[in-house]
Write a protein that binds this ligand. Structure first.
Ligand code: GAP
Length: 471
């Protein structure tokens, strides 16, 4: 692996990905520095030298992230009759992770250098792409032949390293008080299946969705925010009759692909990759990843899986509680199968950033634009008085529109510089208040993508912008 220092941010790149990375180096370089410069993403604890695998989201990053979560929630929960939401605790009863198999199996094989003590993921040294944990371990002969890429030292055999963060609940720090920060949000959905089904009066087929933090003590966090140790997931568990699971699995693969297209991601940068039989967990009937062509190669964005009745059965076995579903109409009692859709907020954010980034030349000058979908842009409208003298009148417009849109107000610097700043923040519209505005009560609305300018009456700005959103 290589550690690259790009404008004070560190990026870890796989040897096998270096060619792809170098080919697109300019984009990633610019992207990382833009994220810092424009208050989207900072290195966590930067003033102390940072902490690997953790990131902080600045004033515009937090809004962009929230907008992405809302874009998902609206389409997966709010606009549907057959999905309800849930928000469960990050720390659950440790038995949840025994039932799910995480205590026994949620591990990555790792290899240490006996000389320099550096630790590597096995697949970083011996190939492999981003993917599920618990991979095959390489042969002893292959390890002997291979030397540490950092110092040439001898390597240890691979050892399984559990990726869950451990903590203690209560005053005693003994084995009995061990708890885990959740490595995925879905297990609490299964544990709360019965309560949620009863109170929501949902009938099968129906889904339970959750957005929340997950934690994995990844051995090699890398590729900016792509693989971190603290991240958020947006997960949907859709409960169906076992004999109907294939139909629903196919339905959700299509739905989820379309969601990325609706988010504005270019189709040519997206693909579906169906898992081979060898890759599938023993209980899974099918799994498809939505992948994106990142500057470091095609990588997993989301997994859609037909998980059969495995999860609910495991929790029934471990808890001793009945999680069967009772079908009123037929009086039948059965364990539903689950079709899961699981994606990371940060991976979606990185996808949005990579896909929206654009550069063009305007009148001999470089213009950097983030072409965000207007629904997720961190600022929807920037109100810009042409001169300081016009600030009070322009501020009134901003205050009025704040109730309807995410707005920003900027009076500093030339109008050209301000346009460039808002282009980089992906602001779809700027409203410029000039000296004529005092008499004609109109502003100039500038479109981010086409740079077209329309003169619009102040009273009509809200309607005008709403109409633009419908286009
Ligand atoms: N419940 C199934 C599950 O968690 P997963 O493939 O381990 O499956 C699902 O994770 C999604 O969560 C991934 O497709 C990715 O978008 C996101 N994700 C997983 N590990 C991540 C990490 N270390 N950093 C950022 N996102 C991660």
């Amino acid at each position: 692996m290589l550690l690259l220092e790009i404008q004070n941010s560190q990026l870890t790149i796989d040897y096998q990905d270096i060619e792809v990375f170098l080919a697109s180096r300019i984009d990633m370089d610019n992207l990382v520095s833009l994220c810092k410069r424009r208050g989207l993403i900072f290195q966590s604890s930067e003033i102390y030298g940072g902490i690997n695998g953790f990131w902080d989201y600045g004033p515009y990053g937090v809004t962009l992230k929230n907008n992405i979560k809302q874009f998902w929630w609206r389409r997966v929960v709010q606009w549907r009759d057959d999905v309800v939401g849930l928000d469960t605790s990050i720390i659950a009863h440790p038995q949840v992770w025994v039932a799910s198999g995480h205590v026994a199996h949620f591990s990555d094989p790792m290899i240490d250098c006996k000389k320099c003590k550096r630790r590597f993921r096995e697949d970083d040294l011996f190939g492999g792409t981003e993917g599920p944990h618990e991979k095959e371990i390489v042969s002893k002969e292959k390890i002997k032949e291979t030397k540490c890429p950092e110092c040439g030292g001898e390597l240890t055999p691979p050892r399984q390293f559990n990726l869950m963060f451990k903590t203690h609940v209560g005053a005693l720090e003994d084995e009995g008080s061990v708890a885990y920060l959740r490595p995925e949000t879905c297990q609490s959905i299964f544990a709360q299946f019965k309560n949620t089904q009863i109170v929501s009066r949902q009938k099968i087929p129906f889904g339970i969705a959750q957005v929340g933090k997950s934690f994995r003590n990844e051995i090699a966090p890398r590729n900016f925010i792509f693989r971190s140790r603290e991240f958020e997931q947006m997960e949907l568990e859709f409960f169906v009759k076992e004999e109907e699971s294939t139909r629903w699995y196919e339905y959700w693969v299509k739905e989820r692909f379309q969601w990325f297209v609706d988010l504005g991601i270019r189709k040519e940068n997206l693909r579906l990759r169906e898992h081979t039989k060898e890759e599938l967990a023993h209980y899974a009937k099918g799994c498809t990843d939505v992948e994106y062509q990142f500057p470091f190669g095609w990588s997993e964005l989301e997994g859609i899986a037909d998980r059969s009745t495995y999860d609910l059965n495991q929790h029934m076995k471990t808890s001793g509680k009945d999680l069967n579903y009772f079908e009123e109409e037929t009086k039948a009692k059965y364990v539903p199968a689950v079709v899961e859709s699981s994606l990371g907020v940060e991976r979606t954010l990185l996808t949005v950033l990579c896909d929206a980034y654009d550069e063009e030349e305007v009148k001999g000058e470089k213009r950097v634009i983030m072409r965000f979908h207007p629904e997720i842009a961190p600022i929807f409208l920037a109100v810009l008085p042409l001169s300081k003298k016009l600030e009070p009148s322009a501020k009134k417009i901003d205050t009025g529109l704040k109730k309807h849109f995410t707005t920003d107000f900027d009076v500093a610097g030339s109008i050209g510089r301000r346009y460039r700043r808002f282009d980089e923040l992906g602001t779809p519209f700027c409203a410029t208040y000039d000296f004529d505005s005092e008499t004609d009560h109109k502003v100039t609305i500038r479109h981010r993508d086409s740079m077209q300018q329309d003169r619009i009456a102040i009273d009509h700005i809200e309607t005008y912008l709403r109409d633009q959103l419908k286009k």
